[in-house]
Design a protein around this ligand. Structure first.
Ligand code: MLT
Length: 410
């Protein structure tokens, strides 16, 4: 008989967002007249900017003609896109990343999970708590953990709490970890890491032969000019870090799918027998074996993000969502809530009122305000007593959401 991957049986029942979706669908079925506002999963709502759409249309027309039709493209991405990324996202910020260190893909969620393919089973993994659940679940699937305890923490993982008590700045691990996930601007707390904090982690990684997985999917939301957008702005980071970036939240590509991962040449890890191996060539092997590239049309759309018109339009889109976040923060504070994040990120992280647990507040908001958010405990044990609201929605819904919360908490 075929055997299943037993590690999947260790996973908690549902991935967080489908579980929320299930509860909301049930509520909507029982309350058909409820006008539900969804600020749960961070999914963009506004149309793609016209510069991007125009580029996609032009690329579609190319596909209609024999002379310009394209079949398989390079698995790592077309040069026109990799060059634009290297120039605008890295060189412009003084970060040294070459175009051929950039691997274009269909999403950072996929990449942060897939990267584990090139790392051994015995690595000790560190994550912040709360954390984007994909980092934890993909390690459970890969067999790098034991079972979960009652709070949802898996044996074998090293958790670094990020709460109001430590100003959402994780301490360095108190033991050696081999792989360490950092996400800044942070999902779910909406907080950022200063240059000093990132330097501390890079130094730790150097001293401990740790590889940092730096998820910068929300970097475009940084408004504070002192905050690094890329870990490669930190000296020495090329020797210790892989960075994940996405067009999803930056330019509205959650539906069209385009992202990229940077694996610097010279970044190495060891074999079981102690030899150093280049991660760039391993990832290239993995990527070209299991992935056939993002569609030409979508990559042309992504390239347009860096054109003059695209840049302005994308900036306006981000500013729109940031203004939503500001409206949420202001309104929630007026409603008496304690609120974090929301100024350098599209997520607002709040303390649940009174002694309510995260899921109790979720049920309360859903039933009394017909409003969907994400329970903090769904992101980890240290997220208990917190709640996340996403700023991705239209303005009318954001304003209505604030009004409803004020009414429910009055
Ligand atoms: C979130 O809501 O945390 C994100 O949208 C999830 C994702 O990017 O996969």
């Amino acid at each position: 008989m075929a055997l299943v991957n037993d590690n999947y049986l260790k996973l908690k029942a549902g991935y967080l967002f489908p579980e929320i979706g299930r509860r909301v669908t049930k509520f909507a079925g029982e309350n058909p007249s409820a006008k539900i506002i969804r600020l749960g999963i961070g999914d963009v709502t506004e149309p793609l900017p016209s510069a991007i759409i125009d580029a996609m249309h032009r690329a579609t027309d190319e596909m209609a003609k024999r002379e310009t039709f394209r079949g398989y493209g390079p698995e790592q991405g077309y040069d026109f896109l990799r060059d634009a990324i290297a120039k605008h996202d890295f060189a412009a910020r003084g970060a040294n990343v070459a175009a051929d260190e950039i691997f274009v893909s269909d999403g950072s969620k996929c990449d942060t999970g897939n990267i584990l393919d090139i790392f051994g089973a015995g690595n000790v993994v560190g994550v912040t708590d709360p954390v984007y659940p994909v980092y934890v679940d993909t390690n459970v699937m890969a067999g790098r953990t034991g079972a979960a305890d009652d709070s949802g923490r898996y044996a074998g993982l090293v958790y670094l709490p990020v709460t109001a008590e430590n100003q959402f700045t994780p301490s360095l691990p108190d033991r050696k970890v081999d792989l360490l996930y950092l996400c800044y601007p942070n999902n779910p707390t909406g907080t950022v890491a200063t240059k000093e904090t990132l330097t501390k982690f890079v130094d730790y990684a150097k001293a401990n032969d740790t590889i940092i997985f730096f998820d910068a999917a929300y970097e475009a939301y940084i408004t504070d000019s002192s905050i690094p957008h890329s870990i490669y702005e930190i000296e020495g980071a090329r020797d210790v870090a892989i960075e994940f970036r996405s067009f999803s939240k930056t330019a509205g590509f959650t539906g069209t799918r385009c992202a990229f991962t940077v694996v610097p040449k010279g970044l190495k890890a060891k074999t079981a027998s102690g030899e150093s191996v280049e991660l760039h060539s391993l990832w290239n092997r993995r990527h070209t074996t299991k992935f056939n590239g993002v569609s030409y049309i979508i990559q042309r759309g992504a390239e347009a993000v860096y054109s003059d018109a695209g840049h302005k339009q994308v900036r306006a889109l981000i500013d729109f969502y940031l203004e939503n976040a500001a409206i949420l923060c202001r309104g929630l504070r007026e409603a008496g809530l304690t609120v974090y994040g929301g100024t350098n990120a599209p997520y607002v992280w709040l303390k649940t009122p009174g002694a309510m647990t995260s899921w109790q507040f979720f049920d309360h908001l859903l039933s009394k305000a017909n409003l969907v958010g994400t329970p903090g405990s769904g992101f980890g044990a240290a997220g208990e007593g917190y709640f996340r609201l996403s700023a991705f929605n239209n303005r009318a819904n954001i304003e209505e959401a604030v009004a409803r919360i004020k009414q429910v908490l009055a």
